[in-house]
Design a protein around this ligand. Structure first.
Ligand code: FES
Ligand SMILES: [Fe+2]
Length: 334
């Protein structure tokens, strides 16, 4: 069971144009498009006449015309035209979803519309901060969004899954400080004299660094890894900040949308560098996708499982979601 009363990242802003765009979220088929005045509209992707996906239709001005018999729906989801008759039956409409663009994403509210408060849109300020450089990418993974959150909250996997990019055994061997609040989980590590992981070596051009890393999770599927790094024992105040944002939005029970990207506060005018880091981050996500999809495919609800200490943050995140009404249980308990 998904949490309905929440804002979910539905698309990168650039994905939604003047063409009907289909996306499945929380097991619901949704069609999005932009009006002539650039507003994003989100409707249920199902014509109430004979259930054809409206995303196969076309825009006529700001109205969406069904592909099959040409019924037209306005931005409020009301059927406003039936080509074969002069009247529109009462109640002929499709469901609409509140849609807001913020931080470079389209956010959709999937629950009761009168509860949609824009102030509760997850704060992904790094994705649109003018002082930072970076880009966001999109992909899908064939696993539950919960497995994506688990993956980020135990970053020790980097030493194994991302050996060629982010990997550092120091991460595994440094016990984290774990901070669990009612609505967020933080996992902090301070790594001294760390051999600079390959990806950061490209960025920082240092062989060894002191690095503070904080992984932040908050509902529903929002995560950000913040890294502050500087040359070892450098007290000049010359600190590099790198923020890696990963947002998981459930598509179905066992498939998810992933929005991911890295932003930095140095060398911000270097577009080639931005492109390079985007590519590198995307390769690490492909490694995560590989492991998470293999896990999902291998999953047996009755197989025995063990827990380790580093599972604690992921358990905490799942408890937050369970308190909010999601089915986020893991069989084994810490
Ligand atoms: S199914 Fe959409 S108009 Fe008939
Ligand atoms: Fe990873």
């Amino acid at each position: 069971m998904f949490i309905q009363n929440a804002w979910y990242a539905a698309a990168l802003s650039g994905e939604i144009q003047r063409e009907p765009f289909a996306r499945t979220m929380l097991n619901q088929n949704i069609v999005m498009y932009r009006t002539l005045t650039n507003q994003v509209v989100a409707l249920e992707d199902r014509c109430p006449h004979r259930q054809v996906p409206l995303s196969r239709g076309r825009l006529v001005g700001d109205e969406l015309q069904c592909w099959y018999h040409g019924l037209r729906y306005n931005c409020s989801g009301e059927c406003v035209n039936i080509p074969s008759q002069s009247t529109v039956p009462k109640g002929a409409r499709v469901r609409t979803f509140p849609a807001v663009e913020k931080y470079g994403f389209v956010w959709l509210w999937t629950g009761e519309p009168d509860k949609a408060d824009e102030a509760s849109i997850p704060n992904h300020w790094v994705c649109s901060a003018p002082e930072l450089a970076g880009t966001m990418s999109y992909c899908t993974i064939a696993c539950s969004y919960l497995l994506g959150i688990d993956n980020i909250l135990d970053i020790s996997h980097a030493a194994f899954v991302h050996a060629k990019t982010l990997g550092s055994l120091d991460i595994v061997q440094t016990p984290p400080e774990i901070v669990i609040n009612d609505n967020e989980v933080r996992v902090r590590r301070y790594l001294r004299r760390e051999k600079t992981p390959p990806l950061y070596a490209h960025i920082l051009k240092l062989d060894y660094i002191d690095r503070f890393q904080e992984v932040l999770y908050w509902p529903i599927g929002n995560t950000r890894v913040e890294t502050r790094a500087h040359a070892c024992d450098d007290s000049s105040g010359n600190v590099f900040h790198v923020y890696t944002t990963t947002i998981f939005t459930p598509a179905t029970d066992v498939t998810s949308h992933v929005f991911v990207g890295m932003h930095r506060d140095f060398d911000v005018d270097n577009q080639r560098f931005t492109d390079f880091t985007a590519k590198e981050v995307f390769s690490t996500v492909m490694e995560d996708k590989d492991v998470a999809e293999s896990l999902q495919a291998n999953w047996s609800p009755t197989a025995p499982m063990i827990d380790i200490q580093l599972d604690r943050p992921a358990f905490a995140a799942r408890r937050i979601l369970e308190r909010m009404g999601a089915n986020a249980s893991i069989r084994a308990k810490v």
